[in-house]
Ligand binder design. Structure first.
Ligand code: PLP
Length: 450
């Protein structure tokens, strides 16, 4: 019999100690942070599942490449390596480096959008929505109905509702829809994948109306793996081939290299449109940097060039998706409500079902996240009413798994803590806002118990 256990495809070469705190200390720290886990010091967190963004461990090959970084202001060798690696997978004509995904979003939207425009997406991520809205345009979420029901199992819950997209184009008019976006995987919708078939249908519809399609490509490698596992006809293709096929359906992308770029910082914007690329590069020079570094050091470009290729390696993706499923399946087995099936980079607790006694205006997700910290020093993040206000279709608590960072026993600890909280869920109390900033309020909002 072949061995079936999936193991971490690496050994650990460098370690970072983590620090225990007492429950009394955490009570004090949580109050001082106004019940907003973003406001905690990271040293006061034991297991940090706030995000998988920029928090992963780099490989020896990435660290080696960093030593080769060319820090030339213009025409750096590191840019050429970066561009070649990006084009190998994404295939777009212009590759514009940015310091993060949101910088790519801001540049894309400020060149393409104006007040009154509408941008359809399966589900906008928080920074994507905010950057669309900052131009005066409307961010329209059109995920399929199955994608809004946490407990329902469907292989591609990130899919766009194609009929709703078509209706939106008819209603709003093609001239007010400068682009359509597809987020792979659908982060705010539970880390759920988009199928190739759906991307093809969206692409055909967009191109029939002359509308460019852009991918929010942050977790393109995980999305490719789900297609390989779940979509007929893809089992024998490599994740890289699947990614290439998907990106060929679009006209460009925004990307945070802090996700499937396997780097600690960076991002990029791609397009096939020469005229747009020129405008984007001009804007880049104004706020980010020269087009061959875009706000990044040469060494960062090297780390991304190597990281993108590691992200599409089969042994890595097999481990990545299996380890996220391990957490999700162990919680689901105990009846704990999560978004099913488990996503690629994260498991999402369904806070509306976990603490049904807390009304939406008392932020059930924020209250549950606070409790996980109190119980076991775990940091997670609410994706719900605090983040999106009334646009929130669900109230989720995301447990994001940093890449190549925590071991299975760390995850066993997380399962134990969440199970404890599940058993005393009736005691969790709702929260109310005492301070709220004008946009992206979840990052700095302050709350107290009602
Ligand atoms: C992280 C993320 C972004 C923004 O990228 P940053 O690097 O954090 O600025 C955009 N879209 C999605 C889906 C993301 O997950």
């Amino acid at each position: 019999m072949p061995v079936r256990t999936i193991i971490e495809p690496f050994r650990i070469k460098s370690v970072e100690p983590i620090r225990w705190t007492t429950r009394e200390a955490r009570e004090r720290l949580l109050q001082a942070a106004h019940y907003n886990l973003f406001l905690l010091a990271a040293d006061d967190v034991l297991i940090d599942l706030l995000t998988d963004s920029g928090t992963g461990a780099m490989s020896i090959y990435q660290w080696g490449a960093i030593q080769e970084g060319d820090e030339s202001y213009a025409g750096s060798r590191s840019y050429t390596r970066f561009k070649n690696s990006v084009q190998d997978i994404f295939g777009y004509r212009h590759v514009i480096p940015t310091h993060q995904g949101r910088a790519a979003e801001r540049i894309l939207f400020s060149t393409m959008l104006k007040k009154g425009d509408v941008v359809p997406n399966n589900t906008h991520f928080d920074t994507t929505r905010a950057n669309v809205e900052a131009t005066g345009a409307e961010a329209l979420d059109l995920v399929i109905e199955e994608g809004k029901q946490p407990g329902l199992i469907h292989p591609f819950k990130g899919n766009m509702n194609v009929a709703a997209l078509e209706a939106a184009i008819q209603r709003v008019g093609r001239e007010h829809i400068p682009l359509v976006m597809l987020t792979i995987t659908n982060n705010s919708g539970g880390g759920q994948p988009v199928s190739m078939e759906n991307a093809r249908q969206v692409s055909e519809l967009c191109h029939r109306h002359g509308i460019p399609l852009y991918f929010d490509a942050c977790r393109f490698a995980e999305n490719s793996w789900f297609i390989k596992l779940r979509e007929p006809g893809y089992a024998d293709k490599t994740p890289k081939q699947i990614a290439q096929e998907m990106f060929a359906l679009g006209d460009g992308c925004t990307m945070s290299a802090k996700k499937d770029g396997m780097a600690n910082i960076g991002g990029f914007l791609c397009t096939n449109d020469d005229h747009l690329a020129q405008q984007e590069k001009n804007l880049l020079i104004l706020t980010e940097g020269y087009p061959t570094y875009g706000g990044l050091a040469g060494r960062d470009l090297e780390a991304i060039a190597v990281g993108l290729q590691e992200a599409v390696a089969e042994d890595y993706l097999r481990y990545r998706i299996a380890s996220t499923a391990y957490l999700g399946n162990h919680l689901a087995e105990q009846g704990i409500p999560i978004v099913l099936p488990p996503g690629g980079h994260a498991v999402y607790l369904d806070a509306r079902a976990f603490v049904p006694h807390i009304p939406l205006e008392q932020f059930p997700g924020v209250a549950l996240a606070a409790e996980l910290y109190l119980e076991g020093g775990i940091r997670s993040v609410e994706i719900g009413t605090l983040m999106f206000d009334k646009a929130a279709k669900m109230d989720l608590v995301r447990l994001a798994i940093p890449r190549r960072t925590y071991t299975q026993s760390h995850i066993d600890y997380v399962i134990e803590v969440i199970t404890e909280v599940w058993h005393k869920r009736e005691q969790i109390r709702g929260l109310k806002l005492t301070y709220e900033p004008p946009f992206l309020r979840h990052f700095t909002a302050q709350l107290e118990q009602v």
